[in-house]
Structure formats: C-alpha cells, structure tokens
Design a protein around this ligand. Structure first.
Ligand code: SF4
Length: 241
C-alpha cells in the first residue's frame, strides 16, 4: 500500500509551550478557519508544503529522541486534523514507541473525521476562539459547532484536554467573554487546564507578505494587568484548572 504523505509546513525540535516538557513539533499545512489574529496564515493553504511520509518524520524524531524523555511530540498547524489520516498514522507510530503525543487543534473539522486522532493522542490542546457562535463566526469565519463537538467527544472518551483561548483587546478581552469560556468548560471532567494566551503581532508581517487583509494593525497586545484580571476570573470560576 502506498504510504500516506503529509503536507508539512515546518518542524521545530525544541518546543516548550505546546504541551508538557520539551517537544518535537510538526506543523502541518491547511486550515479551514481564517482567524483575524492568526499568526501563521502561511499554513492556511498547501502551497509551499514539504511532502513527508510518517517514516521520515519518525526517523527524524529518533535522531533527537533523548531530548524528549520528559516531553514528546506535538502535532500542530494550521489545523492538523485536516490531514486526519496522516495524523492517525503518525500517532499510531509514536504510540508504538511509547512517546507522549499532543494534538494542537482548533477542532475545526467534523468529529467523524477527527475522532480516531482524538482517541490516539495522549493529550489534546483545544483552542476555543470565542464563547458564542456570533463571535466565533466574526473571528474565524466559521461555526463553532465542530469545536464544541470535539470537546464533547473528548469528554465522552475521557481524553485529557487543555483549553487555550487567545485574548485580543476589543474582541475577546471582556469579563463576559471569559465568563462565556468558563461556561463552556464548566462541569467537563476532561479539561485539566485553561490557558489564556495574549494576542501578539509576531505574524503581522506574514499577512502583509501574503497580500492578505489584516484587520488588527491597530490592535495592541493586552496588558499584563488585564491578563491577570482575566486569569483571576478563570481561577475563581474553574478552581481546579
Ligand atoms: S485555527 Fe489557527 S492556524 Fe487556523 S486560522 Fe485560526 S489561528 Fe490560524
């Protein structure tokens, strides 16, 4: 049988923020969302991808394996679950090697396509972009249904989830917005952690280079004080997280 080929954006060998410990991160191409604040718009389409087989990635990982004893492999993007068959095979290969695996996803594909990947991963980082459908569509241009289905399925199978949420001044930085995220998370035993990530402008130049219409040139990063205030809401509402 022909090996499945992945469309890879890049590989980072020393990731420290996308899952526990030091991680080997595979960034895959493709994403159906168009988040206003995306810092990797160059991952949206497959153009410029490096075609790699599962074996090529595993062999590359094994060259550095000793660095990841307390970490593992994170599969990110773009939206990695858009290449779900390839991700399944990657996760199966790393599971056979007893390597801890993370999927870093916005849950932006139907659960029928992604469920096997969710079952195979050790941990799911699930980016929830907004607390309600209207804001979701404004930020991503898509519905939040698949993201909520992803969270529901993780709850159903008892998969560990870390929720992530980007705080953007003027978009998602209100008390109401963070309370809405808490409402979504409330009562779900699968959620181990809620991380608030400050909006930043490091990807702004990519929008310009790609000729895309970036709407947040005038939006500042949130202040440390505002991040602490919003964190306090999470700490109060979701005590164990
Ligand atoms: S889901 Fe991630 S990669 Fe896709 S547009 Fe949003 S921020 Fe960018």
């Amino acid at each position: 049988m022909e090996p499945i080929i992945g469309q890879v954006h890049s590989i980072e060998t020393f990731g420290t923020v996308d899952g526990p410990g030091i991680r080997y991160i595979v960034f895959l191409k493709g994403c159906p969302f168009r988040c206003l604040y995306c810092h990797n718009p160059d991952t949206w389409r497959n153009a410029g991808a490096t075609a790699m087989s599962v074996n090529e990635i595993v062999e590359d990982f094994l060259r550095y394996k000793k660095f990841y004893d307390n970490g593992g492999v994170t599969i990110s993007g773009g939206e990695p679950l858009m290449q779900s068959r390839f991700v399944e095979e990657l996760l199966e290969s790393f599971r056979a090697l007893k390597v801890h695996t993370v999927i870093d996803t916005a849950g932006s594909v139907p659960i029928t396509e992604s469920k096997k990947c969710l079952e195979l991963a050790s941990l799911v980082l699930l980016d929830i972009k907004a607390p309600n459908e209207e804001m979701y569509r404004r930020i991503t241009s898509q519905s939040m249904k698949d993201t909520l289905d992803t969270l529901d399925y993780c709850e159903k199978i008892g998969k560990s989830v870390w929720i992530r949420h980007v705080v953007v001044p003027g978009l998602t930085d209100s008390d109401e917005s963070i309370n809405g995220i808490c409402d979504i998370v409330a009562g779900r035993k699968c959620v181990e952690r809620v991380e608030l990530l400050p909006f930043h402008k490091l990807g702004e130049f990519k929008w310009r280079e790609l000729g895309l219409d970036y709407k947040l040139y005038d939006t500042p990063a949130p202040t440390n004080l505002r991040m602490a205030e919003l964190r306090a809401i999470i700490d109060k509402r979701c005590k164990r997280l």
